[in-house]
Write a protein that binds this ligand. Structure first.
Ligand code: NAD
Length: 377
């Protein structure tokens, strides 16, 4: 295990908190396999990236080099010049550049093991199903798709192909989130009672696909509010039973002709934990959550940044920063997926996990549109 990973799992003096359980299981397994690889020359999984936009080119591609089990193998793009330039930059054979029409022929490329879908949300389903038909494993960005029906079709296609599907919920493998989950499950701060989440930013570019419902499926809830929703589920470890919501879609702002500007929603969990959440495309950048227990609370702010996530634990009025060395979020989630493929394990952020969030978001929109509290089964 690398030093940085090993240190994360050690009991931390001062707080007496040991990062163990879920986080250790997830991250130790990938580290253990890395040692195997170094000893035995194990193959790295070849990734094809579909969609060469901001997230793929600025985060995923530069960071795959830090992974232990993954490497770039192919590009799929509607922009041949951009793809050619990136192929040169990352040493990818020109024969491994595809467009959206000849994408299916990737099935004949043995160098590609995993296809990573980084397209606008409404394109996730088709490219995932085509990828499965090409006999590849799929990583797909969040939100999994624009409807629960589409999510189910993606899951079914993976099962039919006998291939794995992981949704890009990078925060589910991020060390501060994992440590918070451990503290809450161990009830070190007493009983969890309340969660608040605030996730949003100002989106001014009217042409952005995020503001077009046919491409995004919805507004700030689908794009960034989903982080608060997913956090409330992983922090409680429960599924909500009720949702109430309100959305704001200003009539006089052309940015919000088809999607909501913002949404506030309330969730009730079986243990009685209540969760209140906000998201917006019109407020200054916010990514934070707070989990309030009977004897203290955990604050995470910023909670979903690519680096520099910060958390603070307050117990009986005494505050301590959660001082944990960070792991490369992108390399980690790709290595976790490689581990699932190598060891035939179901990814934690599986298709079923993606489907659960999309189902709840559908209920949030229904609650907002009807003004009724929606029961979730
Ligand atoms: P982006 O606009 O930067 O890139 C979108 C890519 O899709 C571009 O390469 C574009 O050419 C291509 N595309 C193909 N057809 C298109 C169409 N009809 N309209 C617009 N673009 C089209 O977007 P992004 O920020 O890279 O987001 C892509 C996906 O990644 C989304 O699902 C988003 O939710 C997800 N994402 C995840 C994270 C995360 O932290 N996990 C962060 C950002 C984005």
């Amino acid at each position: 295990m690398s030093d940085i990973t090993r240190r994360s799992f050690l009991t931390r003096t001062g707080t007496g908190i040991a990062l163990a359980g879920l986080g250790a299981t997830i991250l130790q397994s990938t580290s253990a396999r890395a040692e195997d690889k170094e000893g035995g020359g194990e193959k790295k999984f070849g990734f094809a990236f579909v969609g060469l936009g901001g997230f793929a080119t600025k985060q995923l591609m530069p960071n795959i080099a830090a992974s232990k089990h993954c490497r770039m193998a192919a590009l799929v793009s509607g922009h041949p010049d951009k793809a050619k330039k990136l192929a040169e930059q990352y040493g990818i054979n020109e024969k491994s550049i595809y467009n959206y029409d000849n994408y299916d022929s990737i099935k004949d490329n043995p160098d590609v093991d995993v296809i990573y879908i980084v397209l606008p949300n409404s394109m996730h389903k088709d490219f995932t199903i085509r990828g499965f038909k090409a006999g590849k494993h799929i990583m797909c960005e969040k939100p999994m798709a624009v409807s629960s029906k589409e999510c189910q079709e993606m899951i079914d296609a993976g099962k039919a192909a006998g291939k794995k599907l992981q949704i890009g919920y990078r925060m589910q493998y991020e060390v501060h989130q994992l440590e918070a989950i451990r503290i809450l499950r161990a009830k070190e701060l007493g009983e969890l009672k309340q969660i608040t989440t605030d996730m949003g930013f100002r989106l001014m570019d009217q042409s952005a696909w995020r503001l077009h419902k046919d491409l995004s499926g919805g507004g700030s809830l689908m794009d960034i509010g989903i982080y608060g929703l997913n956090a409330s589920r992983y922090l409680t470890g429960e599924e909500p039973t009720e949702v109430a919501a309100t959305i704001f879609q200003p009539k006089n702002d052309p940015r919000f002709a088809t999607v909501e500007e913002g949404c506030n929603w309330l969730l009730k969990f079986p243990s009685g934990v209540l969760c209140s959440n906000t998201t917006s495309y019109s407020y200054a950048g916010q990514t934070k959550w707070r989990a309030i227990c009977t004897e203290g609370y955990i604050d995470c702010d910023p909670a979903i940044s690519y680096q520099g996530v910060k958390a603070r634990v307050s117990h009986h009025g005494k505050d301590q920063p959660m001082d944990i060395p960070e792991l490369n979020q992108f390399a980690t989630e790709m290595d976790v997926f490689a581990d699932c493929i190598m060891n035939n394990k179901e990814p934690r952020s599986s298709g079923e996990e993606g489907l659960k969030d999309v189902r709840i978001m559908e209920a949030i929109y229904e609650a907002a549109n009807t003004g009724k509290t929606i029961k979730l089964t």
